[in-house]
Design a protein around this ligand. Structure first.
Ligand code: CTP
Length: 407
């Protein structure tokens, strides 16, 4: 993406999360430049910001070096978006008043570009009438506010004021940069590929999944503007460029990676997860010995990732999509699977004869509560596009606006 963002980091314990925001934006090919306030510098160092952004960090309005190198007016105009992350109560008040007594506030006053702020503060400060008034004024001024989350705060209290999730912040910035892409502002998680469950140091239980379908889905979601995390099992397929990739081996690792990546708006479980694992993998390679019967291997059930995500009490994604690999009575089995797993949609593949695994093409039945559709003899990329269309149709009705745009 040939776009650039200016990040202003102000004084809050949540400032360390701006480092992750920078990393994630860079992964999406966004150029990032940072302005660090005096308060911000109490929590993160210019060196960390410069190392991650790959650019000089600016902090002093009256620095001869900074002014000759870049200048606060250029800094405020040459980027496509300005994001204040985290935005302290003090910086919010300064923005309302139009103060310009440091580089950050001057840049915000001088800019003609969209401005997003992600506030972070103690819940009493967040609820204070002064902050309420200030935020109402900033909204009137056209500033986009990425609402803080509720939960345990750094000060030990519980309430609203915790910096929004990094994913939400990155999605909001990307949404601003990408404009009208249909899924911009939404976050998505895709599982893909097989899992390998160790028997001993050299052998494992695996399956024929290539990861092609999951990768095609991650790519299609990213192209449609969603912020995508791909959790993939071992695969030799090339990895999609625009997704945040987490590589795992076992079903348990896949579940943990998925849980850590939540919350998401959309989850698509495409991985061929091994239903069982070896209860206690052998520490040494199993040797075959003459006249001895083959070793007995005790299996235990793996966690069901799709069911776990579909039935979450909190953080349940707005849309959960599963796949069903069936070899007989495909549609009937998949309809039952959709209900038993608790997902919203399921895409059933007939895998009898092994013609789907590793192939570029597939045949599938799309199943929702409202009915089903046959998708016959299409490529895995076409299937991904058909599903994107369904997702685009689904979201305007279900989601009013991305969280940061609601205010
Ligand atoms: N799935 C999962 N975790 C598991 C097993 C399956 O997340 N431990 C997901 C798959 O990613 C897929 C769906 O559940 O989206 C159905 O997978 P499938 O292999 O067709 O069904 P199973 O649940 O394994 O049931 P069965 O093997 O009995 O058909």
């Amino acid at each position: 993406m040939n776009k650039s963002a200016l990040l202003i980091i102000t004084g809050s314990i949540a400032a360390y999360k701006s480092l992750d925001v920078i990393r994630r934006l860079r992964e999406r090919d966004v150029r990032v430049t940072c302005v660090l306030t005096k308060g911000g510098a109490e929590f993160v160092t210019p060196l960390s910001l410069a190392s991650l952004s790959g650019n000089p960090v600016y902090s002093d309005l009256f620095s001869l070096k900074d002014e000759t190198e870049m200048g606060h007016i250029r800094l405020s105009r040459e980027n496509d978006v300005i994001a204040v992350i985290p935005a302290s109560a003090d910086m919010i008040a300064k923005m309302v008043a139009g103060r310009a007594d440091d580089l950050a506030s001057t840049t915000l006053l001088a800019t003609d570009k969209p401005v997003l702020i992600a506030p972070a503060m103690n819940s009493k400060m967040w609820e204070h009438p002064a902050t309420r008034r200030n935020l109402a004024q900033l909204r009137k001024d056209g500033i986009h506010i990425i609402e803080p989350d509720a939960g345990a705060l750094a000060c030990g209290e519980i309430g609203q004021g915790r910096l929004a999730e990094v994913d939400t912040i990155v999605a909001a910035i990307i949404h601003q940069l990408e404009g009208d892409k249909p899924l911009a502002g939404l976050t998505a998680l895709v599982t893909s590929g097989p899992t390998y469950e160790a028997i001993d140091p050299v052998r494992f239980i695996g399956n024929k999944s290539s990861g092609k379908q999951g990768h095609a889905l991650a790519e299609a979601l990213a192209q449609a503007g969603a912020s995508v995390t791909l959790v993939t099992g071992p695969t030799s397929e090339g990895l999609p460029k625009e997704a945040d990739i987490i590589q795992v081996t076992t079903a348990e690792e896949m579940l943990e990676a998925c849980k850590a990546a939540l919350p998401k708006d959309i989850v698509i479980c495409c991985a061929a997860v091994s239903d069982w694992r070896v209860k206690t993998p052998f520490a040494q390679k199993l040797k075959k010995r003459a006249n001895e019967s083959p070793p007995a291997i005790e299996l235990v059930a793996n966690p069901d990732i799709l069911r776990t995500i579909s039935t979450l009490k909190t953080k349940r994604p707005k849309l959960v999509v599963g796949f069903a690999a069936e070899t007989q009575t495909v549609q009937k089995n998949a309809e039952a699977k959709r209900i038993s797993k608790g997902c919203d949609w399921i895409i059933a593949n007939d895998v009898s004869g092994g013609q789907v695994f590793g192939s570029e093409n597939t045949s599938a039945v799309f199943i929702a509560a409202s009915g089903s559709e046959q998708w016959k003899n299409i490529s895995k990329k076409e299937l991904a596009q058909k599903l994107m269309q369904k997702i685009m149709d689904y979201f305007p009705a279900k989601v009013v606006k991305p969280k940061w745009k609601q205010s």
